[in-house]
Structure formats: C-alpha cells, structure tokens
Design a protein around this ligand. Structure first.
Ligand SMILES: [Fe+2]
Ligand SMILES: [Fe+2]
Length: 144
C-alpha cells in the first residue's frame, strides 16, 4: 500500500470532536491533505507541468478557504462559551494559516522547493490538531 492510500484510509481515523459540523469540516480538510500528499508523491518522479501547478493552486485556495472558515466558527464557539483552551487554539490556527500563506507565496512563484518545505506538514498538522487539540473541547461543549 502506498503512502497516499494509507493517508486516505486514515481519513476514517479522525476523532469525533462532538460537533457534527466540525467533524464534517475536519473530514473535508483531511481529504484535501490526502489529495495534496498524493500530488507530492506523483511529483517525486517528474517536474510539475502547467496542469499540476493549476491543481496545486486550486487545492491551496480550497484548503485556505475551508480552513479559515472552519477556524473562525470554531473560535467563535469557543470564545462565546468561555472555553479555557481558546487562546491556545487561536494561536495554533493563526500559525497554521500564516505557514499556509507562506507556502502559497512560494507556489505562486512556481518554486518547486515548496514540496520539501511542506512535505507531510499539512497532513501531520491536521491530524495532530484534530485528534489531540480539537478533541479536547468535546467534553466541554457537551457539558454545556
Ligand atoms: Fe478543527
Ligand atoms: Fe482547532
């Protein structure tokens, strides 16, 4: 089994964070990360063509749009309910978006080095954040 199909199988391994809307958004983000990983695997063997760059551009726009929308709603819910982990969550979300924008800048310059800087960062960050950080608000929100 290849690395990318491992990743796709792992989209089922996301923790249930107790909020249906957030679970769905997490699944969506994980599927984008798996799609990205697959593309990086493909580009290991050959230089990117125009259509690959277009795919990467579209994928990054999608990830940034869905992630920033998701973070915003998550933060609003945490802040309005007085969740104690809010500040730390906000910090992690902001750091992630900043990194994504940096990588998007490299992509816009058609700098293939972005692959090495980024590698599995997207997948690893999402899985860690969802399964170890987001999951912590589950009990808090359910107790409300
Ligand atoms: Fe989340
Ligand atoms: Fe989060």
């Amino acid at each position: 089994m290849s690395q990318s199909s491992d990743n796709q199988a792992s989209t089922c391994l996301l923790q249930d964070v107790g909020v249906m809307r957030f679970n769905k958004e997490h699944m969506r983000l994980a599927s984008y990360a798996a799609e990205f990983q697959e593309l990086v695997d493909e580009l290991r063997e050959r230089p990117p063509e125009t259509k690959d760059w277009q795919h990467i551009d579209a994928l990054f726009s999608r990830i940034l749009r869905v992630a920033s929308g998701h973070f915003k709603v998550e933060e609003e819910m945490m802040s309005s309910q007085g969740y104690p982990g809010y500040a730390s969550q906000k910090k992690q979300h902001d750091k992630f978006l900043k990194k994504m924008l940096e990588v998007q800048g490299e992509i816009r310059n058609r700098n293939i080095r972005f692959k090495d800087d980024f590698k599995s960062m997207l997948w690893d960050w999402l899985i860690h954040h969802i399964n170890e950080v987001d999951v912590e608000y589950r009990a808090f929100f359910q107790g409300k």
